[in-house]
Structure formats: C-alpha cells, structure tokens
Write a protein that binds this ligand. Structure first.
Ligand code: PRX
Length: 660
C-alpha cells in the first residue's frame, strides 16, 4: 500500500453526511430503486440502458464474456455513434437547441446548435473521406479546446475511423510515440494556441514530432491564433492542409453508416507502471451506453433545461466521455472553455457560470484547491444560483475541499458527486446518485447500479467493514476497455493477472470500506503518480531523466502536495564528470523532462544524491524516498542492502543541494 497522508487519515474519520433535499430527490432522474432493478437482472438492466441509444440493428446478446477478459457487449447490434450524438437530436426537432456554448480564452464566443453541429461534423467527415481515411484508420488529434476538436472526433466516429487524441501539452517526443504506436494516417492540429493571454505555437511542435514519421500522410491545421502568432507557421506542401480550406468546401450532406457495436471508437494513451504509455482501446455500443447512462443519472441531466460544464480537456478520458460522447448522446447544452481558469482573472469560471446559467459543473479537486487558495471572495462576487449539481473527478477529494466546494460554490445546497473511474473503465463506476445518496465528504461511496466493485485483501477476499485493501471490479461493465492497442499480453498482465483466479479487474487503487460499507479511495498502490488528476508513471519520468547525459541513475516518487494532490520529486545520481547539482544543472534537467514528456511531468523538485536506497535484490525503496520527499522521519531501513545510504542522502540534502 502507499503511505497514507494525514489528509487521508482524517478522511477516514469523517462522519458528516449530506442527504439530498426533498425537492431534489423528488425530481431526480435516478431513484433508489435503480439499485434493486440492476441487482435483479444486470443484463436486462444494461439492455434497458442501451435503449437510450438509437440502434440501426438491435443486438442479439447483451454480453458475451466467454472469452474473458475480452468482453463483447450488445453483440450483433449496429449503430453510428456520431448519429446518436448529433443527427437524432436534429431529427427529433431540436436542431435549434444550442449544443455548445464555446468560450475562447481571449473572450471570443461561438454558440453551436445541433443543426450546425450536424453540418460541421458532416463536412469534416466528408473531408476525411476525401483524404482516403476509412473505417479502422487512425487519426491523431492534438488540439486545444476549440470546437474543431469535437467536430474532428465526431467526424472520425461517423466514418468508423479511430481517433487518438493527444493532450495539447504533450511534447513532440510524446506525440510522436503515440502517432507511431497507433500508426496514425492523419494528424489534426492548430497553428497555435492561446495560453494565459499569449499565442504559443502548436504546428511547429507537431512538425518536430512528425519528422520522418512514416505512417502520416496528411496534417490538417486549424487556424486559431493566425496573425497573433509570431513567425510563420512551418508548412510541408503536399502534406499539410488548412482545416478551413479542406473542410469549408465539403458537402453538408453525409449519410452515417452503422457499425458493429464492438467496432473500435478510439484509442487513448495513458501512463502505466512502465515507461511506455498504453493505448487504451474503447469500442462503440457499450461505451456510449454507459457514458450516456452515467451522465444522465450521476449529473441528473435534463436535456433542454440544464446547462452543463465539464472543465476537463479533450486530451483526457474525462473530455472524451463527459464532454463529447455521454453528454452529446443525451442532448446536452454545454459550455466548452478554451482557456485557463485565471485568464484574464481568477473569477473566469464563475463569470462563465453566471453568464450561461450553468447548472451542472464537473471539475477536479486540484482546481477546487486552487480556487480555495485564490479565496472565497472571488466566487462570492458572482451569481452562482443556477448551480444544482457539482461533480469531482481525478483523485480523492479531501474533506476540506469538498466542504468548501459545497458551501462556497454550491451555497450549501448542491449535492456533490465524487466520481471514481479511469481511462480504462471508460465511464463513471463509483459515485453517489445525487437524488438518493446521503453524501460524505471525501468518499466516492458505492458502485453505481449495474456496476460491481469490491475492496479485497492480498488473496482476493473481500475485506469487512472498516477494512482496507485493493479496489477490484468483479463483473464486466459495458464501457470497459477492450484491450491495450497492439499488446494483448500487456492487457492481461496489467489488469487481469493480479487476481487471475478470481477473474477480477485490478484497478491499481487502494481503497477502504467504512462501517456503512462506503468506499474511500486511497490513491494508487503501484508506481503511478497522480498530479493534478493526471496519471504519470514514475518509470516514465525516470527514463526521461536518465536519457539526459548528466544523469547516471534516477528514482522518482509522488509526494503529497497541497494543491496538485501529488508533486513529482526526483532523486538523481549525476555522472562522475557532470557538474555538481547547481541550480542551472537542475533547471536543465527539469526542462529536459518537460521536453521528453511535457510540462505536466516536470519534477517539482530534484534532489541530487550520492546513492539511492536499494534492497539486496536491487529494487529501489521508494517508500523511504517518499519519507524524505514529505519531510518525514525515514521509516524502517533494515531491508536495505546498505543501511547507511539514507544517512548519506539526508546529509547530502542538508548541505543544500535540493532545488526550490
Ligand atoms: O487513482 C484513481 C484516480 O485517477 C485514476 C485514473 O486516472 P485516469 O485514467 O487519468 O482517469 C482520470 C479521470 C477518470 C484512478 O485509478 N481517480 C479518479 N477519480 C477519482 C480517483 N481517485 C479517487 N477519487 C476519485 N473520484
């Protein structure tokens, strides 16, 4: 198990509960009987949820689990995912409903109705087809939060191509690895992006990434920053095309083709315990069923009435499942915001909520803690009375932040849904139901109706009330990952081998039951860090560090951080001939990691040490390094090959070699 921080210990003694108001409960989409309904017949329950969608051909079998862990859901069914997210809403008479209130960072806005969304997605689908992109081809997308990102994803879905969205903050090296692994045929990006009031280049980085990339035939470039970007946009004739030149002239008509329920929808790369990111594969029918079901019930979304805002980036799974697929399948009206929360001022989110009367707001604990730091007087200046459900995702939310969120943003009135899930699960798995659950600050509480999760011990036996252990999912679910792209063995090893005998999916998280049987998430138990709700593997950062010529060895740990959840702390041994750990050398190392992976992986702190603590078999004892990183008394050192190492490290640090 990972070390528990004092905050996690506190949360285990948390006993406040917040039942929904009678009014809220009475009007809620999900009532208490949903649990019993699902328990009575899980497959019938999921079949009913799948009826939310429009199928071209109905399925014959709800679930085929005979070839576990490779699931098939809604076998024999056919549907078009983009049709479900767009066209059917126009056909049912809601073409004039706003789908997206888009807000650009500089203050420009664009309201896109479902009819307009249909036109844009159809044109983009025709454009991709004109480039020879067909079903099962892969399109990589590295775009900031502009409407074209959503058009592009839906256009891929419409023609049966897989998208592979790469977060805009990832470095050229990281982009290239994801383009190569998925053999992407087309890359979609922009000239530049606005970031904290400045135009920064995007296309230049993409070009650097694609140098010599063999699979990429075309690069489509959305013009976003235009003249505001310094210098020319690098251009390769014959390969590069402007989005507006390619897409604008296309026909607005496009007939969506129905694809098999198990047709691949997208790949999204996520960090694992090794240096190489995993391409998580999701398919169509089951994924859309569960994202739509959870969005409807967890956020209590009422189409045509609510205004929803999920603040995630489409580069992450939350953006895929809770900006694009689930919400649009449910005919949402939603805000999509391009920029950072403090541009041009720290009240930007509250100003947007006030302007669009946002009623459902979904964000991450790291941002809530940042808002707390900025001060309650900022949101207090705005009218937030439209809010009726608040959501949290990405990491355990500490009770202080939870209470602040409810009191300051939700006026002490709104239910908070703390939603636990993963890139791999595709959709929310453990969460309160806002009209049913008496919520507890810091607990994700119970698996949703239709979902089964357990906390088990080392042997896979379920622990009792008050007991802690590993979180597993013991029954297949519709939006589960269908594999790791191109690596069947890694899929089985990573998720299904830890509790092979029982056939459990191992989530990688530690968890605990309280005396009511509610689940409290305790963070990762493997070598994966959670920085601002983003998964970064220790090995990935270590590999980046040792790829620098001055570094001989590196060990990386996630240390508790009051704002980002965890911060990356690296311990490095420099090569004999390297300059000794001065400010500049350390800054160069931090920049090197940013270049290799992306700025999100930049270590908060790098400590130069003479040795690393290792067991006799050579395994680095991260537990001890975490003690150092969190300024704790160093724990038991008896299993170290050389127990004096920790003294060496501590004395080295006292001599002032730590950074920042
Ligand atoms: O450790 C858990 C944490 O985030 C991990 C999944 O990360 P990712 O695939 O990037 O997806 C993030 C968005 C779904 C989990 O293994 N996590 C996510 N949500 C919560 C959480 N930990 C505690 N509480 C949550 N609500």
């Amino acid at each position: 198990m990972t070390e528990q921080s004092p905050a996690l210990d506190n949360l285990l003694t948390e006993s406040r509960t917040f039942p929904p108001s009678e009014d809220f409960a009475a009007q809620a989409n999900a009532k208490a009987d949903l649990y019993a309904e699902a328990d009575a017949d899980r497959e019938a329950f999921w079949a009913k949820q799948a009826e939310r969608l429009t199928w071209d051909t109905k399925w014959t079998t709800v679930l085929d689990w005979t070839n576990a862990p490779f699931a098939k859901w809604f076998v024999g069914g056919k549907l078009n995912v983009a049709y479900n997210c767009v066209d059917r809403h126009v056909e049912s008479g809601h073409g004039d409903q706003v789908a997206i209130h888009w807000v650009g960072e500089p203050g420009d806005t664009r309201d896109i109705t479902y009819a307009e969304l249909k036109t844009e997605v159809s044109k983009a689908a025709n454009a991709l087809t004109s480039l020879g992109v067909g079903a099962s081809d892969v399109v990589a997308i590295q775009l900031q939060m502009v409407p074209e990102a959503i058009f592009a994803m839906l256009a891929c879905a419409r023609i049966g191509a897989l998208h592979n969205v790469v977060f805009g903050g990832f470095s050229p090296t990281a982009l290239r690895a994801r383009v190569d692994d998925a053999a992407a045929k087309v890359v979609i990006t922009s000239d530049g992006q606005f970031r904290r009031g400045k135009a920064a280049p995007m296309k230049a980085n993409v070009d650097e990434a694609l140098e010599g990339a063999e699979t990429v035939e075309k690069v489509i470039v959305v013009k976003r920053t235009g003249d505001q970007l310094e210098g020319d946009v690098p251009w390769t004739d014959g390969r590069d095309l402007w989005w507006h030149e390619l897409v604008d002239g296309q026909s607005e008509e496009h007939t969506p083709e129905a694809f098999d329920s198990e047709h691949p929808l997208f790949i999204l790369y996520t960090s694992g315990t090794t240096g190489k990111p995993k391409g998580i594969l999701h398919t169509s029918g089951g994924y859309l069923t569960q994202t739509a079901y959870t969005h409807h019930n967890v956020f209590d979304h009422k189409p045509g009435e609510d205004v929803y805002w999920c603040t995630a980036d489409i580069g992450w799974i939350t953006g895929h499942s809770y900006i694009v697929y689930g919400p649009l399948a449910n005919r949402v009206t939603q805000v999509v915001y391009e920029g950072t929360p403090n541009t041009p001022h720290e009240g930007r989110h509250w100003e947007i909520i006030q302007k669009y009367k946002v009623s459902l707001y979904y964000t991450a604990p790291t941002l809530i803690r940042t808002f707390m730091k900025w001060g309650a007087e900022i949101p207090e200046k705005y009218d937030l009375s439209s809010l009726r459900v608040l959501g949290s995702v990405g990491e355990p939310i500490n009770p202080e932040a939870w209470i602040w969120y409810r009191e300051t943003i939700g006026a002490g009135r709104t239910p908070i849904v703390d939603t636990w899930w993963q890139t791999e699960t595709g959709a929310i798995m453990i969460s309160p139901l806002p009209g049913v659950t008496s919520t507890k600050p810091g607990s994700a509480q119970k698996a949703l109706p239709g979902i089964s999760a357990k906390v088990v011990d080392d042997q896979g036996n379920e622990v009792g009330p008050g007991g802690g252990g590993y979180l597993v999912l013991d029954k297949p679910w519709p939006s589960m990952l269908r594999g790791v792209w191109g690596d069947e063995e890694r899929f089985k090893d990573t998720y299904w081998s830890r509790f092979k005998d029982q056939g459990f999916y191992f989530a990688g998280d530690g968890a605990k039951y309280d005396n009511d049987g509610d689940v409290w998430l305790l963070g990762r138990v493997d070598d994966v860090m959670n920085v601002s709700g983003h998964r970064i593997s220790t090995t990935e950062v270590e590999s980046a560090l040792v790829s620098h010529p001055t570094v001989a060895e590196a060990a990386v740990v996630g240390a508790t951080d009051p704002t980002t959840g965890q911060g990356i702390v690296a311990f490095v041994i420099l090569r004999g001939n390297a300059v000794d750990g001065g400010e500049e050398a350390i800054q160069a190392l931090r920049n090197h990691v940013a270049k290799e992976i992306g700025p999100i992986a930049k270590p908060r702190q790098i400590m130069v040490v003479p040795e690393l603590p290792k067991t006799r078999s050579g395994k680095i004892m991260r537990r001890l390094l975490r003690d150092v990183a969190e300024n704790r008394q160093v724990g038991d050192v008896t299993t170290l090959a050389d127990s004096s190492v920790m003294d060496l490290i501590s004395s080295g640090l006292k001599s002032g070699k730590s950074e920042e």
